[in-house]
Design a protein around this ligand. Structure first.
Ligand SMILES: Nc1ncnc2c1ncn2[C@@H]1O[C@H](COP(=O)(O)OP(=O)(O)OP(=O)(O)O)[C@@H](O)[C@H]1O
Ligand SMILES: [Mg+2]
Length: 131
């Protein structure tokens, strides 16, 4: 089974999270800038002419499509690297993924999300095909 992890994290945590994921062997991902709000509905900032409300705060979103067997470790790794304990640390969503196709080779599913030196190789769960 393939899953997609969508992790919404603080902008200043992207480097730490990426490094931590790299250390455990999570390779394929994409990152983009988003804006959003959570439970607090934004924050109140103090400006020169009084306070004002910012309702959509900048965050970073990481999308990672991976095998189900790697989901728990990936979530634990993100938590460890991204948690400050203060409001606004973000959220992690997990979705089912129907299919992945690597265009160059036509590989599908698990095969298409395997990389040399990745988490599966580290754990002796198979090797990515040589390119
Ligand atoms: N229900 C949701 N669906 C989609 N995205 C969400 C949802 N809730 C929050 N987000 C996204 O997550 C970001 C960070 O949310 P935030 O960390 O403030 O969550 P929270 O639930 O308010 O928790 P906390 O109390 O720790 O602040 C938001 O800016 C938004 O991008
Ligand atoms: Mg919040």
């Amino acid at each position: 089974m393939l899953k997609k992890i969508e992790a919404i994290i603080r902008e200043d945590k992207v480097g730490d999270v990426k490094d931590a994921l790299n250390d455990v062997g999570i390779r394929g991902m994409n990152v983009f800038e988003i804006r959003g709000q959570g439970r607090q509905g934004g924050i109140t900032l103090a400006g020169r002419s009084g306070t004002y409300q910012v309702d959509m705060l900048p965050k970073m979103q990481l999308n990672i499509v991976l095998s189900e067997q790697n989901v728990d470790e990936t979530i634990a790794t993100i938590l460890q690297a991204a948690q400050t304990g203060a409001a606004g640390d973000g959220l992690i969503f997990v979705y089912p993924v129907d299919e992945v196709v690597r265009i160059r080779t036509g590989e599908r599913g698990h095969e298409a999300v395997m990389y040399p030196g990745d988490i599966d190789e580290k754990k002796g769960r198979g090797k990515a095909k040589a390119s």
